[in-house]
Design a protein around this ligand. Structure first.
Ligand code: SF4
Length: 214
């Protein structure tokens, strides 16, 4: 485990309670308790950091959660862990890589990549995403990134910020909440960018084709 990250997180956590995404972390006697932030009352108890994997993977209805930062974390559980190290390990299942990005950001070392640069790296079936127009990209962010809890740090390109989302989407959480940071477009968004471009290409093709009469 990264000792410097552990120290930073431990300092931030203090005696709790603190929030990471939809997870609330607080002291419970000699343990740390993690639970869904909206939960209280009777809950099923787990006691291994590895249990976080199963808790994070499926929605309430049993569907796989490909994007862990969408607000669909299941409820009804509490996870009791013996150490801050175990809390960090569990959080890496709930919100993969988020503590590392937060720590890098706190140190002023987080590298942010704008959308055009991310798209320029795409190859194979995703190369076509480079054709997405700026308005299409803005609309894509509005429809998909609005579902996600991360703070968006990147722009379309250095001269063009994302204007289709609420201003709060670009502001880091503070106080008791650890900011979840988006430093570049994720695979989920790139996949949908491909769908947008392919659909637009098909529509343009259909519009250009001579109408067939019956
Ligand atoms: S690009 Fe970032 S903000 Fe948008 S859905 Fe993906 S992770 Fe969330």
């Amino acid at each position: 485990m990264n000792r410097e990250l552990l120290k930073s997180f431990s300092n931030w956590l203090g005696d709790g309670p603190r929030i990471v995404g939809q997870v609330r972390i607080s002291r419970a006697a000699e343990s740390w308790e993690l639970r869904h932030n909206d939960d209280s009352g009777e809950l099923t108890t787990y006691d291994r950091w590895q249990d976080a994997r199963a808790l994070a993977n499926l929605t309430e209805d049993g569907a796989f959660r490909p994007i862990k930062t969408i607000r669909d974390l299941r409820r009804g559980w509490r996870l009791l862990l013996a150490s801050v190290e175990d809390v960090v390990r569990a959080l890496d299942y709930f919100y993969p890589a988020m503590l590392g990005l937060w720590n890098a950001d706190s140190r002023g070392e987080l590298v942010v990549t704008d959308l055009r640069e991310t798209l320029a790296r795409q190859t194979g079936m995703y190369r076509v995403t480079q054709k997405i127009t700026d308005p299409q990209a803005q609309q894509l962010c509005a429809s998909h990134c609005s579902l996600c809890m991360k703070t968006m740090l990147w722009k379309i390109d250095p001269a063009q910020p994302i204007t289709s989302l609420a201003p709060e989407k670009h502001q880091r959480a503070s106080g008791d909440s650890l900011p979840l940071l988006c430093r570049e477009a994720c695979n989920f968004l790139i996949g949908h960018a491909r769908t947008v471009v392919k659909k637009a290409e098909k529509e343009a093709l259909d519009a250009a084709s001579p109408q067939t009469s019956s």
